[in-house]
Design a protein around this ligand. Structure first.
Ligand code: GLC
Length: 563
C-alpha cells in the first residue's frame, strides 16, 4: 500500500465522530448547542485523533424526530446559527485536518415542508407526486411501523384530499417519492449545494426505505425499473461534483444482513454507497459480550462479504444516537442481549432495542469498556463514535425515548456540565446525573487523567491511524481454544496485524498459530512493552488480562514505520 492511497481513500482509515448540534456546546447562553460551539471544540476533537465529523441534522425542523423531520433542507436552524457559522465551522475543521459530513435525509421530509404543504392541497397539485399516495384503504400495516409506540401503521389518511400518504417513520414525516425524477433532481441539487459549501460527504439516512420498491407499487408513472439505479445516480453525481476537492463519501444507514448490503455498495462495481454501517457485526458483538464468548462476533466477521473493491468500506460502531437495535438477531438472542444490558423495561425502546450508552450497560466497568473500544478500533473498517463516548458518558433515563442518549456533552463538573451558561430549566435537554453525571465524568478532568477513557481512545486513534492495514485490510479469524478470546488478523498487501480481545473477566493464556508466517517472526505489541515471537511451530502463547486486548504488528523488514 502506498501512503498516497491512504489520502485518496481517506475514509478507509478515518476516525468519525458524530455530533448532535443541539447538545454539544452552547456558545451563546441560549440553552441550546450551536455551530459556533462545535467550532470551538475542533481542537479538542483533533487532539483525540478525530478526522471526520458527522453532523446530525441542523436544518430547520419542527423536531418531532430530533431534526430528522426537515422543513427546509437548504437551511440552518436559526437556534444553531446561520450559513456563515456553518462555513466557518467547515473552514476551521479543514484547517485542523478534520473533514465534515452531514446527514442527508432522502426518504422523507417534515409534514411542514413547503412541498408537502403544497402536495396536500389537492390531488392535482404539482407537488402531489413528490410524495406517495394511495386512494384505497391500506388496512392494517402496524407491523411495518418503525415507531410502533407512536404510530399504528405506515399510511395516514389526509382528510382534505381523502387519500392516504406513506410514512415509514412518524406521520409527521411523509415519505418522498424518490421514483419521481423531479424529486431526484431536487435531491441532487441539494447535495450540490452543501458540497459547494465544503462538506466532504453525507451520512445517508434510512437508505433501504428510500429506495423501497414495494411501497411505491401503484405509482405506475414513476415506478423504479431498478431501485439501485437511483443510488448509482447519486454516487455518480457526488463523484462529479466532488472531483478536484478530494473524494466525498456517502455513508449509508442500511440495517440489513451482510449479504443484502452487498447490493447497496454496488457489488463489485463499488458504484453506490461508499460506506455502510455494519449493523450485523454490531449486534453480534453485543451478543458475544452478553455471552462472554467470541464466537458470535467471529461468525459475523467471517460472514463479511468478500470480493468488494477497496473503495467500499464498512463503518463500525458500538453505540450511536439511536437505540441499540438487536433486530437482526434471532428472538432468543435478542432476549439475551436485552436481558444482559437492559434488564429494566425503562431501558428499552420499542421492544427492539436499548436506549442506553455503553458505560451504563457495562455497569461502569472500565476494563470492559476499554476492551470494547479497542475492538471498535481494530474491527476491519472505519470506527465511528458518538459524542461523549470518548469520556464514558452515560444515558439519562429520565429523558423520554431515544433522547436518553442525546443529553448535553459533559465538558466540566461546573454548571450544566459546562455545556451552557443558561438556567438549567432553559436547557434543551437535561444533563445526566448519578454515577455518570458531570461531577464524575467530564472532558476537563479526563484530559488530566492519564488512565481516563479519553486518553485510551486518543491512544487507540493514533495507533489506528498509523496502521492502515486495520482499516483497509482483509480479515481472518484465527482459531484458538479459548472461547472468550477473539483473535483476528488483518492484512493489506504485505502488512499484517494480529489482534486479541478477551471478552471474559478472567486472565487467560491464549495459544494460537499463524501458519502463513515464518518461525521466529516477531509480533510487536503497539500498546505495551510485551512483544513476542513465533516459535518453531509458528505458535505463540499470549498471556491476557481479564478484558485484556493486544495489538500485535507482524514485524516486517520492508516496513519503514516506527515500532
Ligand atoms: C434514521 C435515524 C433516526 C431517525 C430515522 C428517521 O434511522 O438514525 O434517528 O429517527 O432515520 O429519519
Amino acid at each position: 500500500m502506498r501512503i498516497t492511497e491512504t489520502a485518496d481513500l481517506w475514509y478507509n482509515n478515518a476516525v468519525i465522530y458524530c455530533i448532535d448540534v443541539e447538545t454539544y456546546l452552547d456558545s451563546t447562553g441560549s440553552g441550546t448547542g450551536d455551530l459556533h460551539g462545535i467550532t470551538q471544540r475542533i481542537d479538542y476533537l483533533a487532539e483525540i485523533g478525530v478526522t471526520c465529523l458527522w453532523l446530525m441534522p441542523f436544518y430547520p425542523s419542527p423536531r418531532r424526530d430530533n431534526g430528522y423531520d426537515i422543513s427546509d433542507m437548504y437551511g440552518v436552524d436559526s437556534r444553531y446559527g446561520d450559513h456563515g457559522d456553518f462555513v466557518e465551522l467547515i473552514r476551521v475543521a479543514h484547517d485542523r485536518g478534520v473533514r465534515v459530513i452531514i446527514d442527508l435525509v432522502i426518504n422523507h421530509t417534515s409534514d411542514q415542508h413547503p412541498w408537502f404543504k403544497a402536495a396536500r392541497r389537492s390531488t392535482d397539485n404539482p407537488y402531489r407526486d413528490y410524495y406517495v399516495w394511495r386512494a384505497d384503504d391500506p388496512g392494517d400495516t402496524s407491523d411495518q411501523a418503525m415507531f410502533p409506540d407512536e404510530e399504528d401503521g405506515i399510511w395516514t389518511l389526509d382528510e382534505r384530499t381523502g387519500q392516504w400518504y406513506l410514512h415509514h417513520f412518524l406521520h409527521t414525516q411523509p415519505d418522498l417519492n424518490t421514483a419521481n425524477p423531479q424529486v431526484r433532481d431536487e435531491i441532487a441539487k441539494l447535495m450540490g449545494f452543501w458540497l459547494q459549501l465544503g462538506v466532504d460527504g453525507f451520512r445517508v439516512d434510512a437508505v433501504p426505505f428510500a429506495i423501497n420498491q414495494r411501497t411505491l407499487v401503484g405509482m405506475d408513472e414513476h415506478e423504479f425499473e431498478e431501485p439501485h439505479d437511483y443510488l448509482r445516480e447519486l454516487r455518480g453525481f457526488l463523484q462529479r461534483r466532488a472531483s478536484g476537492q478530494g473524494s466525498a463519501i456517502m455513508l449509508g444507514e442500511v440495517n440489513l444482513p451482510h449479504e443484502e448490503q452487498v447490493a447497496f455498495f454496488g457489488g463489485e462495481n463499488s458504484d453506490q454507497l461508499t460506506m455502510q454501517f455494519d449493523f450485523f457485526t454490531n449486534q453480534r458483538l453485543f451478543l458475544a459480550l452478553a455471552r462472554n464468548d467470541a464466537a458470535p462476533l467471529a461468525e459475523a466477521l467471517r460472514s463479511r462479504p468478500t470480493g468488494l473493491r477497496i473503495e467500499s468500506q464498512y463503518a463500525n460502531f458500538l453505540r450511536n444516537h439511536d437505540e441499540l437495535t438487536v433486530d437482526l438477531l434471532d428472538e432468543d438472542e435478542q432476549d439475551e442481549v436485552l436481558d444482559a444490558f437492559g434488564p429494566e423495561e425503562d431501558m428499552r425502546f420499542a421492544g427492539r432495542g436499548l436506549r442506553r450508552r455503553l458505560p451504563g450497560m457495562f455497569n461502569g466497568d472500565p476494563r470492559k469498556l476499554k476492551m470494547a473500544y479497542s475492538l471498535l478500533f481494530t474491527l476491519p473498517g472505519t470506527p465511528v463514535m458518538f459524542y461523549g463516548e470518548e469520556i464514558g458518558m452515560g444515558e439519562n433515563l429520565d429523558v423520554p425515548g431515544r433522547e436518553a442518549v442525546r443529553t448535553p456533552m459533559q465538558w466540566s463538573s461546573g454548571k450544566n456540565a459546562g455545556f451552557s451558561t443558561a438556567k438549567p430549566s432553559q436547557l434543551s435537554r437535561a444533563v445526566t446525573h448519578g454515577p455518570f453525571g458531570p461531577e464524575h465524568v467530564n472532558a476537563a478532568q479526563a484530559r488530566r487523567d492519564q488512565s481516563s477513557m479519553l486518553h485510551h481512545i486518543t491512544r487507540l486513534a493514533k495507533r489506528y491511524r498509523e496502521s492502515p492495514e486495520l482499516g483497509w485490510g482483509d480479515v481472518t479469524v484465527i482459531d484458538t481454544e479459548v472461547p472468550q478470546v477473539l483473535v483476528h488478523m488483518t492484512t493489506w498487501e504485505n502488512r499484517s496485524m494480529v489482534l486479541l480481545h478477551n471478552l471474559g473477566s478472567e486472565p487467560t493464556i491464549v495459544p494460537f498459530a499463524l501458519e502463513d508466517l515464518e518461525p521466529g517472526t516477531p509480533l510487536v505489541d503497539l500498546l505495551s512493552e510485551e512483544s513476542c515471537e513465533l516459535d518453531e511451530d509458528r505458535m505463540t502463547r499470549m498471556p491476557m488480562d481479564g478484558y485484556g486486548y493486544r495489538w500485535l504488528r507482524v514485524a516486517n523488514e520492508d516496513d519503514h514505520r516506527l515500532l
